[in-house]
Design a protein around this ligand. Structure first.
Ligand code: ASP
Length: 582
C-alpha cells in the first residue's frame, strides 16, 4: 500500500493513528537531531518529522540523504505540532516517521517547485511536467476539467450526443491554412487536419442525430499571434429543426449554467446587438460592454470648419474618457504616442478637455469654438471632468484604432473587472467580407452559412450588404463562440460556392460529399462552436489561455519540451515519397 491518506487529509482527529503517506519532498529543514520534511502530492502538504530520539537510526541516516523532489513513502504516527501553521489544512499535526522507503531519487530540479517559482517561462515550458507539479498550474488544469465536465453534463441533459469525428480528413475552408499529413498508402496524397468538424457535424444532422456535440481538437496553420495556439479545443455543437432563436436560447442556457456552476454568478441578461451597431458603437464586433465610453460619430459637427484633417476623413469619431480632463499635458502626449504606435497605427489624436467648470480646452481650439465642442461632448456623452479623444480617417481603420484605445483606457481605469461577466450576442453578421489581397468576396463565417431570408437577390447588386444568419457570443470583450444557421439545400449551396469563386468541378471535388448528402432529405440545421481554451481562461479570471493547456506550444508554434516540429529521417521521407527542397 502506498498511502492510507492523501497529503491534505490529516488533522487532530487522527492523533496517534498510524498512517502511510507517499509524495514528493518539497522542502527539508535539517537541524541535526531533528529533520522536517514537507511532503507534497496533488492534494496538499503534510509535515513529516524525523526525530533522533524517536525515529530508528537507520531511518534517520536515510532521511539525511533525501533531496528535493525525491519520491518517498513513509509510515509513522500522527502527532500534534508544536508550532502550528494555520495556512494549510494539516497545519495542526505532523507525522513522526518510523519507516521510510525512497521510491525514486531526483536530480535537483531546474527551478523551485513551489507556488511562487524562480523559473522563467521558457524553462518552465521545457520542463512542463515539473511545472505541472506546482499547485497553481495543477489548479488550472483541474479547473479546465471541471468546466469540460459541466459542459458535458449540461449538454447531455439536453439530449446532445457526443460523437467523435475524424482527424484525418480533406480540407475544410474556414479561412485559415490547413495542416496536412502525407499518406504513405496513397503516395503523393495528403490528409488535412480539421480546422473544425464543420462538414461532419452537418452530415450528422443529415444522418438524423438531431443534437450533436464534441469537445474536440481543431488545427489551424495561421501566423501565430500572441496567445494563439495552432491546435486548440472547441466545444462544437449542431442542432436540427432549429432557427437562430432556438440556438441562442440553448447556448445562453449553457453559458448561464457554466457561470453559475463554475463561478457562482447568476447572469440573466444576454443582450443582443447587430454587427452593424457593434461596429458603430464600439468599433469592434466583440465589444466589452462592462463599461461605457461608446463611440460618438462627429462628422456632421466637425467637418464644417477649416480643419483639413477632419474634412478629408471618411469618419471622425470620439469617446469620452471618464474623469480624464485632469490629465496633464504629458499624460495626454503619452496617450497620443500610444495610438501612434505601429500596432495601433493612428496618425494623431485630437483631444478636448471638458473641464469641471463646464469650459472646454482642446488641441483644435484654433478651429472650433465652445459651441462646436459642446456638441461633440453631447454626441460622445461626455460629462464635465471627462476627456474626449477623437480619431479620424478611413472608417474601418479609425474604428479599429479607437476601439483599441477604448479597451486600453478601460483596462487602465480599472473598468474591466475580472469578476464581472457581461455576455452579449452579436447577430446579423455580413455574409461576405471583401478581401483586398485576392480582390474578391470571401465568406465571413464559412461557405455553409445561410443568408437571411429574402436577401439572396442582393448578392447580384450589393453583395457586401447581405446579412447572414450568423451570430457570435461575446463575453467581456472576447469572442467565446460563433456559429450560424446553415444552408441545407443543394441549389443554394451550389450557388454559394459559385459565388465564392469555386468552379463546378472544384466545388464537386471538394464538397461533392456534402452536396450529395443534401440530395437525400437534409433537414434545416444550425450550430455553434465555443473556444474552450479561451472560455476556461475567462471563467478562471485570467488573460492567458496557455496556462490552461497542459502542454501548450510557444509563440513560434513550437513545443519546446518534445522539440517539435522536427525533421524526419530520410527513410521516412522515402517511404512517403516526399522530397525536401535542397
Ligand atoms: N465551425 C465553425 C467555427 O469553427 C463554428 C460553427 O459554425 O459552428 O468557427
Amino acid at each position: 500500500m502506498y498511502r492510507s491518506h492523501k497529503n491534505n487529509a490529516l488533522s487532530l482527529d487522527h492523533l496517534n493513528e498510524n498512517v502511510v503517506l507517499s509524495g514528493w519532498v518539497q522542502k527539508i529543514r535539517d537541524k541535526g537531531f531533528i529533520i522536517w520534511v514537507d511532503l507534497r502530492d496533488r492534494y496538499g502538504i503534510t509535515q513529516l518529522v524525523f526525530d533522533a530520539e524517536r525515529t530508528p537510526k537507520s531511518i534517520m541516516d536515510q532521511a539525511r540523504e533525501l533531496g528535493r523532489e525525491f519520491v518517498i513513502k513513509v509510515e509513522g504516527e500522527v502527532i500534534e505540532r508544536e508550532s502550528k501553521n494555520e495556512n494549510i489544512p494539516t497545519g495542526d499535526i505532523e507525522v513522526l516517521v518510523k519507516n521510510l522507503i525512497v521510491l525514486n531519487s531526483s536530480e535537483t530540479p531546474p527551478f523551485t517547485i513551489e507556488d511562487d517559482t524562480d523559473g522563467g517561462e521558457d524553462l518552465r515550458m521545457k520542463y512542463r511536467y515539473l511545472d505541472i507539479r506546482r499547485k497553481p498550474v495543477q489548479n488550472k488544469l483541474i479547473f479546465r476539467s471541471k468546466v469540460a465536465m459541466a459542459v458535458r453534463n449540461f449538454l447531455s441533459n439536453q439530449d446532445f450526443v457526443e460523437v467523435e469525428t475524424p482527424y484525418l480528413i480533406k480540407s475544410t475552408p474556414e479561412g485559415a491554412r490547413d495542416f496536412v499529413v502525407p499518406s504513405r498508402m496513397n503516395a503523393g496524397q495528403f490528409y488535412a487536419l480539421p480546422q473544425s468538424p464543420q462538414t461532419f457535424k452537418q452530415l450528422l444532422m443529415v444522418g438524423g442525430l438531431d443534437k450533436y456535440f464534441q469537445i474536440v481538437k481543431c488545427f489551424r496553420d495561421e501566423d501565430l499571434r500572441a496567445d494563439r495556439q495552432p491546435e486548440f479545443t472547441q466545444i462544437d455543437c449542431e442542432m436540427t429543426f432549429v432557427d437562430q432563436e432556438d440556438i441562442l436560447n440553448t447556448f445562453e442556457g449553457l453559458t448561464k449554467y457554466l457561470l453559475k456552476e463554475i463561478n457562482g454568478v447568476e447572469v440573466d441578461e444576454f443582450p443582443r446587438m447587430t454587427y452593424d451597431d457593434a461596429m458603430k458603437t464600439y468599433g469592434n464586433d466583440k465589444p466589452d460592454i462592462r463599461f461605457g465610453m461608446k463611440f460618438g460619430e462627429l462628422n456632421e459637427m466637425a467637418q464644417h470648419k477649416d480643419f483639413k484633417i477632419f474634412n478629408e476623413a471618411e469618419l471622425v469619431v470620439g469617446i469620452a474618457v471618464p474623469g480624464a480632463a485632469s490629465y496633464s499635458r504629458k499624460e495626454i502626449d503619452k496617450l497620443i504616442e500610444w495610438v501612434k504606435r505601429p500596432q495601433i497605427g493612428a496618425k494623431g489624436m485630437v483631444y478636448v478637455k471638458y473641464n469641471e467648470d463646464g469650459s472646454f480646452k482642446s488641441s483644435v481650439d484654433k478651429f472650433y469654438d465652445a459651441e462646436d465642442l459642446k456638441a461633440w461632448a453631447e454626441r460622445t456623452n461626455a460629462k464635465p471632468g471627462d476627456l474626449i479623444c477623437v480619431l479620424s480617417g478611413s472608417t474601418s481603420e479609425t474604428r479599429a484604432q479607437l476601439s483599441a484605445l477604448r479597451m486600453e483606457l478601460g483596462k487602465r481605469l480599472g473598468l474591466r473587472k475580472p469578476n464581472e461577466f457581461a455576455p452579449l450576442w452579436v447577430v446579423d453578421f455580413p455574409l461576405l467580407e471583401w478581401d483586398e489581397d485576392t480582390q474578391r468576396y470571401h465568406a465571413m463565417h464559412h461557405p455553409f452559412t445561410s443568408p437571411k431570408v429574402g436577401q439572396i437577390p442582393l448578392l447580384a447588386t450589393d453583395p457586401g450588404s447581405v446579412k447572414a444568419n450568423a451570430y457570435d457570443l461575446v463575453l467581456n470583450g472576447n469572442e467565446i463562440g460563433g456559429g450560424s444557421i446553415r444552408i441545407h439545400d443543394k441549389k443554394t449551396q451550389a450557388m454559394m460556392f459559385d459565388y465564392l469563386g469555386f468552379s463546378e468541378e472544384e466545388a464537386q471535388a471538394q464538397f461533392g460529399f456534402l452536396m450529395n448528402a443534401f440530395k437525400y432529405g437534409a433537414p434545416p440545421h444550425g450550430g455553434i462552436a465555443f473556444g474552450l481554451d479561451r472560455l476556461v481562461a475567462i471563467l478562471g479570471g485570467q488573460e492567458s489561455i496557455r496556462d490552461f493547456i497542459a502542454f501548450p506550444k510557444n509563440n513560434a508554434g513550437r513545443d519546446v519540451m518534445i522539440d517539435a516540429p522536427a525533421p524526419i529521417d530520410d527513410a521516412q521521407l522515402k517511404e512517403l515519397e516526399l522530397q525536401l527542397r535542397s
